[in-house]
Design a protein around this ligand. Structure first.
Ligand code: HEM
Length: 420
């Protein structure tokens, strides 16, 4: 859809509506319209479409997660707590960075073991990123044969294949009674909830054990959410919005699904692109050789002295735009965009792909040029530079991606490790 909408935008402009059966979708294609809706009017456009959305409603037990809930006290509390943990996971704890580097080193060793033979790196990359997510969530890393790991990956894969906004399964949103007639997507959704509950009960058991042992270490995002929930149950956090256990389960699946395919697809994209750009490989390698050398692994603290690698991450996010149409938004109240009045409850699709490939702005949008994000001195351009402002792979404003900082950091480590 992002390509079709980009084409239509050439004729219809940056803002237009599409009607499909009884649903009206507001499509935003231009930077000005997307910025106005996501940032300037972030609250008015900050809802999620909850009507005609049987699949999302079913997997989130009635929109009780972060991704599909409307802004409110529960959403804010889950988001704020998760965000705090993700920030801590990013640079706050040396030990966590070391664990992350360990799985990245294993990925490098696995690649190396193939020597000059060609191989498909997909599964290894996917497993590496999934292990980074399991460390974030429960502070544990797994072998691919472990039962828990298989549950993580099956949950992720079932989610991706059953809740996409285009493709198989859409019929259930419009005609939910099809579930009584052997609908194959519905069977997947039922299985997904079963597996989620099974994994959650294992994880919860482990968290309760850690709590009894009074383990004060960093035990991951789910531990933090569970402690908040338990404190509320015991009346120790009376001033926060009361959470139910189902909120923890659904936020858990949010993170697994939102964090894995996005980051691993970006990294596949990187390998694909640089295999055709030897000049970029050389520049990345020159930088890592000069700044890090070969005696130690790259660290997040090297970022400030490795602008070329940083700019490559930004250009990768722009060119690939892996979440091309973002996550659908909905208007919470009567509002407007580009001067056009928009009623409450309208579904809005920000076409990030279109914005990242606008020819009038980028000139050669289909070329991969990290230099777009470097100034004359070779430093990364500041956040106020027009090119940075036009880059929103994680969305922006009220609903900006919770994992942005984590994804950018891990991509930096992966790219630098490959060059090294
Ligand atoms: C390259 C990697 C990633 C990309 C490109 C990406 C992109 C996005 C985008 C475009 C959105 C929708 C923003 C909006 O609604 O306007 C989003 C939402 C979200 N992302 Fe990411 N993401 C990435 C990685 C991650 C990671 C690693 C995590 C978790 C650790 C994560 C967690 C979330 C969550 C929870 C939301 C929902 C936020 C909300 O609805 O309030 N993402 N992401």
């Amino acid at each position: 859809p992002e390509l079709t909408f980009t084409e239509w935008g050439k004729e219809l402009g940056g803002v237009f509506c599409v009607k499909i059966l009884n649903d009206t979708f507001l499509v935003l294609n231009s930077y000005d319209a997307i910025y106005e809706a996501l940032v300037t009017k972030g609250i008015s456009f900050g809802g999620r479409p909850q009507g005609n959305n049987f699949r999302l409603e079913y997997v989130s037990d009635g929109f009780k997660n972060i991704v599909f809930d409307n802004p409110g006290a529960r959403w804010k509390l889950l988001r704020k707590t998760s965000h705090r943990q993700i920030k801590m996971f990013d640079t706050g704890l040396k030990r966590i960075e070391e664990l992350n580097l360990k799985v990245i080193r294993e990925l490098a060793n696995e690649f190396r073991s193939h020597e000059s033979e060609s191989f498909n790196p997909r599964e290894t990359i996917y497993n590496t990123i999934m292990n980074i997510m399991t460390m974030l969530l429960i502070n544990k890393k797994f072998q691919k044969t472990d039962k828990e790991f298989k549950l993580f990956t099956e949950i992720e894969r079932l989610s991706i294949s059953s809740i996409s906004s285009s493709g198989r399964g859409v019929e259930l949103d419009i005609l939910p009674w099809l579930r009584f007639f052997g609908n194959s997507t519905y069977k997947k959704l039922v299985r997904l909830r079963q597996l989620r509950d099974e994994l959650w009960s294992i994880i919860k058991g482990q968290i309760m054990k850690d709590i009894q042992l009074d383990d004060k270490g960093s035990n991951g995002l789910m531990h933090a959410l569970f402690c908040l929930y338990q404190n509320q149950q015991e009346g120790k956090s009376p001033d926060t919005f009361p959470l139910e256990e189902v909120n923890l389960k659904t936020a858990f699946v949010d993170m697994i699904v939102a964090g894995t395919t996005t980051t691993s697809n970006s990294f596949y994209g990187f390998l694909n692109i640089i295999s055709q750009h030897h000049d970029i490989q050389e520049k990345l390698q020159e930088e890592v050789d000069r700044v890090v050398g070969t005696d130690r692994m790259v660290s997040l603290t090297d970022r400030s002295t490795m602008p070329y690698t940083q700019a490559t991450v930004l250009e990768l996010l722009r060119l690939t735009s892996v979440v091309s149409m973002s996550v659908p938004h909905a208007t919470m109240e009567t509002t407007s965009v580009s001067g056009i009045p928009i009623p409450a409850g309208v579904q809005m699709l920000p076409n990030l792909w279109a914005m990242h490939h606008e020819e009038d702005f980028w000139g050669d949008p289909h070329a991969f040029r990290p230099e777009r994000f470097l100034d004359e001195a070779g430093d990364v351009v500041s956040a106020s530079h027009e090119n940075r402002k036009h880059l929103m792979p994680f969305g922006a404003g009220t609903r900006v991606c919770v994992g942005e900082i984590l994804a950018i950091g891990r991509l930096f480590l992966l790219l630098a490790m490959m060059a090294q």
